[in-house]
Design a protein around this ligand. Structure first.
Ligand code: SAM
Length: 243
């Protein structure tokens, strides 16, 4: 069944009214008809099964026939703090991170970033990529896209178990750190991934001073979009969130 995130105020008791983009998709893209069922999500964790009963120009109405708490969210809140990258790479990370279960994205600018901060249009496009990936993957909550901030601000903003991926790290490996009690028990997990040019030692030192642990992913140098997703998979697998 097709899923759509909608503003909570569109659901009024047993009735729901849809306008705008969801209505356009239902009528012109999916060509759904009265009696068809859809799933609506109001970003509270609840999902509503709705039977369409009226289709008008730019307005869809339906009856709520079921409501349940969605079971698709991970029990741990993963935040991916990602240095700005070239657009197609950054958008790939957004889409795959949502599918895997990331709860929040914190884009940051670090010393070796080579791209400009995104404008309003690009931020809106990123928000759309997140929403479409969340609907496609059956998420119950829309992952947050935080405003672009400076690297040090991002380091100052995180709490709980936090890692910084650094290919120059020689002692601490991911497999070891994920087995440490602080990471085993933590309900939130933050991971920092650098830009194409990596993190200079000064940024690694600042992160360490904020309790963010530099960790190696082994001898191979991964692209940023590979590294971040690899850690997310490893962490979620370790926590039993990937089947
Ligand atoms: N210094 C790298 C080079 O020589 O190509 C550039 C950085 S790498 C392309 C992009 C980011 O991926 C790094 O900032 C780091 O966060 C992460 N990364 C890549 N390989 C890694 C590894 N083996 N261990 C830890 N982090 C890694």
């Amino acid at each position: 069944m097709h899923r759509f995130f909608i503003p909570p105020e569109w659901v009024k008791g047993e009735r729901v009214s849809l306008t705008g983009e969801p209505a356009h998709q239902i009528v012109h893209v999916l060509r759904l008809k009265p009696k068809d069922h859809i799933i609506l999500l109001d970003n509270s964790g609840w999902e509503y099964e709705v039977e369409i009963d009226q289709i008008g120009p730019g307005l869809i109405q339906g009856k709520v026939i079921g409501k349940c708490l969605s079971a698709t969210e991970p029990r741990v809140k993963v935040t991916l703090c990602q240095a700005l990258l070239r657009t197609e790479k950054f958008e790939f990370i957004l889409q795959k991170g949502v599918e895997l279960g990331v709860s929040a994205f914190v884009p940051f600018v670090s010393e070796r970033c080579v791209v400009r901060r995104p404008g309003e249009n690009k931020l809106a496009r990123w928000q759309k990529i997140i929403q479409e990936a969340a609907e496609q993957s059956g998420r119950a909550l829309l992952p947050a896209l935080h405003p672009v901030i400076a690297f040090r601000e991002a380091c100052d903003s995180v709490h709980g178990a936090s890692l910084l991926l650094w290919e120059e790290e020689k002692s601490l490996s991911l497999s070891r750190i994920l087995k440490e009690s602080a990471f085993q028990a933590s309900l939130s997990f933050n991971v920092f991934v650098g830009p194409e040019g990596g993190f200079p030692p000064s940024e690694v030192a600042y992160a360490e001073s904020r309790g963010i642990v530099p960790v190696s992913l082994g001898q191979r140098i991964l692209r940023a979009e590979t590294a971040g997703l690899a850690v997310i998979v490893a962490f979620l697998y370790e926590r039993g969130e990937l089947g």
